[in-house]
Design a protein around this ligand. Structure first.
Ligand SMILES: *Cc1c(COP(=O)(O)O)cnc(C)c1O
Length: 361
């Protein structure tokens, strides 16, 4: 069996040892005689799976005690509504910063729920290449929160600093670089993301929220999506995505074995450097993002001659490399190199890129 070298932006590649263990445990989890999929979410077996996953996540990401970890559903796009519903608070005001396609979507959705201020918009000719200096953000002093997307999956723009928003809580969509490196959760009021980029299967959405921000949900917030309800019921107000939580737990164990997030970050730095260096050293490929905001997870790049795009993808496929087509809104190519992408996969890609350049330059 040949596994693809999978550069998908999400759902994305998972660590092979995790898939193997899940396969082994598929019919009989730890002598229970059942698949995890078949277990009651309230039974002691699943509760132990849930508790271990939460504990590992808290340990790996160093989540402080005064933050709740919520396992939800609906993806980051549902959170685009649930964040304002839960966190706008009494002023019903919030600031949004647009640095790419995903934060733009968040901004648009939030407008349905309150008075939403566009604090900064990085678009230049409809393209996103960096992060406007925080000093230029037009922030609202009595906003409920400031929203950012700290890794723009489509545009390849990543924050490598934490914006200082004073007393106003910072809220971040971290979907596509969740657990790709250590982060100081304490600088955020809340962070959220879908699991399917770096953590596990689609269907699990993780929210990490500071306790003092709970209990201010709009009265029309669905009970199952009220952060306070979810927190108080240990994410079991209704049936959580049990199998996705189980796989996420296996991924967390794998992360720990990789040296935790510090070890993972080192490998991610190495992988991204190899790819960006190859792009920059060539006259054939380009990436247009500011160097200090280039995503380590999602690397969009363009061929000098766009007419060669189809050939490039075809040749890549012949070498077992798939899902390199750029997002339709950006064009070109995009290599998503999440935690589970080994350095060998990136080496295979850059070798192919050099060969393709030689053949077509
Ligand atoms: C993938 C992604 C989303 C969308 O997530 P869904 O699970 O499809 O709702 C939102 N934001 C970012 C940054 C993403 O990478």
């Amino acid at each position: 069996m040949a596994r693809a070298i999978n550069f998908s932006a999400g759902p994305a590649a998972l660590p092979e040892p995790v898939l193997k263990q899940a396969a082994e445990e598929m019919l009989d989890w730890h002598g229970s005689g059942m698949s995890v999929m078949e277990m009651s979410h309230r039974g002691s077996e699943f509760i132990s799976i849930y508790e271990e996953a939460i504990a590992l996540l808290r340990e790996l990401l160093a989540v402080p005690d005064n933050y709740k970890i919520l396992f939800m559903q609906g993806g980051a796009l549902a959170e685009n509504a649930l964040i304002p519903m839960n966190l706008l608070g009494p002023t019903a005001k919030a600031d949004y910063v647009i640095t790419g396609s995903w934060s733009k979507k968040s901004y648009k959705e939030a407008q349905r729920y309150g008075s939403i201020n566009l604090a900064a918009d990085a678009a230049q000719d409809g393209k996103y290449r960096g992060i406007p200096p925080v000093a230029q953000w037009k922030l609202t002093p009595d906003a409920g929160y400031v929203h950012v997307c700290t890794n723009e999956t489509i545009d390849g723009v990543e924050f490598f600093f934490t914006p200082d928003t004073g007393k106003v809580p910072l809220v971040a969509d971290i979907s596509s670089h969740f657990m790709s490196r250590p982060m100081d959760i304490i600088n955020y009021g809340a962070v959220y993301g879908g699991a399917q980029k770096n953590i596990g299967p689609a269907g699990l959405t993780i929210v990490i929220v500071r306790e003092d921000l709970l209990g201010r949900a709009h009265p029309l917030t669905p009970t199952a999506f009220d952060f306070k309800t979810v927190a108080e019921s240990d994410s079991m107000y209704n049936t959580p995505p049990t199998y996705a939580i189980y796989i996420a737990g296996l991924v967390f164990k794998w992360m720990k074995a990789q040296g935790g997030l510090a070890g993972i970050e080192q490998r991610n730095i190495e992988k991204a450097k190899l790819l960006y260096d190859t792009i920059d050293a060539s006259g054939f490929y380009s990436n247009t993002v500011d160097k200090d905001a280039r995503s380590r997870m999602n690397v969009p790049f363009f061929l000098k001659d766009e007419a060669l795009n189809a050939d490039f993808l075809k040749g890549a496929k012949e070498r077992g490399m798939v899902q390199l087509r750029g997002h339709r809104s950006v064009g070109g190519m995009r290599a998503s190199i999440y935690n589970a992408m080994p350095i060998e996969g990136v080496r295979a890609l850059v070798e192919y890129m050099r060969d393709f350049e030689k053949a077509h330059a």
